[in-house]
Design a protein around this ligand. Structure first.
Ligand SMILES: Cc1ncc(C[n+]2csc(CCOP(=O)(O)OP(=O)(O)O)c2C)c(N)n1
Length: 337
């Protein structure tokens, strides 16, 4: 499949998001590392290419929306929005700080670029459906994206929403389940086994695709196919690893963790190295293309022509100086939930 962005460029964006998310968590010293790491590649595909938005105008009526229903993965979305230009990188130091603009769980009234307040699992699908229905009634071509967790799919509300979206043929709704096989207090199969989640959504009438959720090219292809699908809502099941790319990958108790300096230093170093490798691979690809096509016939479209084409700018300097969490900031109220 031909795309306007290459997998190598998306890899750079993903590694940048992972690195900045880790730097953000390091700043607070604790957080939802597991569920943040497993959605990095999906956020890279959405904000690096597919989701129509304008960082200079977060409330743009014609934007696509993202409902991050597993709202505890806010740190990954905050890193993405900051890289995309919705707010300055310095603001990432406000994560979990009382009175700050980056609460533990997403809040649309606090953070520029966050489209829905989430954290109470199961509710995001209902809101996303309302948005998609509203867009259809307004004859808007805006799409609504939704990211849910596999543990979240234990909630009955998800299945009421699944029925409703299929009944109303909401083909402007593109949902993901982050199938990382873990939830807050254990493995999903032990807490409440979901069985074959894809088959369940299929039986509800959804167009279902199952992909490696850490493969940016596979996710991009799936989103492209979902956009082309007509007459039913789309579901992309992301086969992922909770904590992917860090010491927390797949281990027990990786939902919300206290993060030691040593752990963070090690995984931030590894993330920085992967970012450099991804950048080198992308630079080589560009050099190869330039050698093949020294004089393109038509000028490439300017990024400003389409806000969705604006590349995420990635730097690997530290998001902030590390601060010890003050007692008031301790992962209190719900921040481990
Ligand atoms: C309605 C509701 N019930 C319980 C919780 C507590 N809770 C927070 S995260 C979580 C597990 C979520 O698991 P999953 O959806 O798989 O997220 P991920 O593993 O991807 O982080 C639970 C039960 C909640 N936030 N909302």
């Amino acid at each position: 499949m031909e795309h306007r962005i290459s997998a190598k460029e998306l890899r750079v964006i993903a590694e940048g998001i992972r690195l900045v998310t880790l730097q953000t968590l390091e700043g607070f010293g604790a957080g939802h590392i597991g569920g943040s790491m497993s959605i990095v590649e999906t956020l890279a595909v959405l904000y690096g290419s597919e989701l129509r938005c304008d960082p200079a105008n977060p409330a743009w009526e014609d934007r696509d929306r993202l409902v991050l229903s597993k709202g505890h993965a806010g740190p990954a979305l905050y890193a993405t929005l900051s890289l995309k230009g919705f707010f300055p990188k310095e603001m990432l130091s406000e994560l979990n700080k009382g009175g700050g603009r980056l609460p533990s769980h997403c809040d649309r009234n606090k953070t520029p670029g966050v489209d829905m307040t989430t954290g109470s699992l199961g509710q995001g699908i209902s809101v996303a459906i309302g948005m998609a229905l509203g867009n259809r009634m307004n004859r808007s071509d805006s799409l609504t994206y939704l990211i849910m967790g596999d543990g979240e799919c234990n909630e009955g509300q998800v299945w009421e929403g699944a029925m409703f979206a299929a009944h109303h043929k909401l083909d402007n709704l593109i949902a993901f389940v982050d199938y990382n096989k873990q939830q807050l207090d254990g493995f999903t199969k032990d807490v409440l086994d979901m069985g074959d989640i894809g088959a369940k959504f299929r039986s509800f009438g959804w167009f279902v695709q199952e992909v490696n959720g850490h493969d940016v090219a596979a996710i991009l292809n799936a989103v492209t196919a979902a956009k082309a699908n007509k007459g039913s809502p789309s579901m992309i099941i992301l086969d992922t690893v909770k904590g992917y790319g860090t010491f927390a990958a797949g281990i027990e108790g990786n939902h919300h963790m206290s993060l030691t300096k040593e752990q963070m230093a090690e995984c931030i170093k590894a993330a920085s190295e992967r970012l450099e490798e991804a950048r080198a691979a992308f630079a080589a690809e560009r050099a190869e293309q330039a050698a093949k096509n020294p004089a393109p016939k038509a000028p490439a479209p300017k990024p400003a022509d389409n806000p969705a084409l604006q590349p995420l700018e990635v730097t690997d300097d530290k998001a902030e100086e590390k601060e010890e969490p003050a007692p008031d900031d301790a992962p209190a109220e719900g921040s481990d939930a």
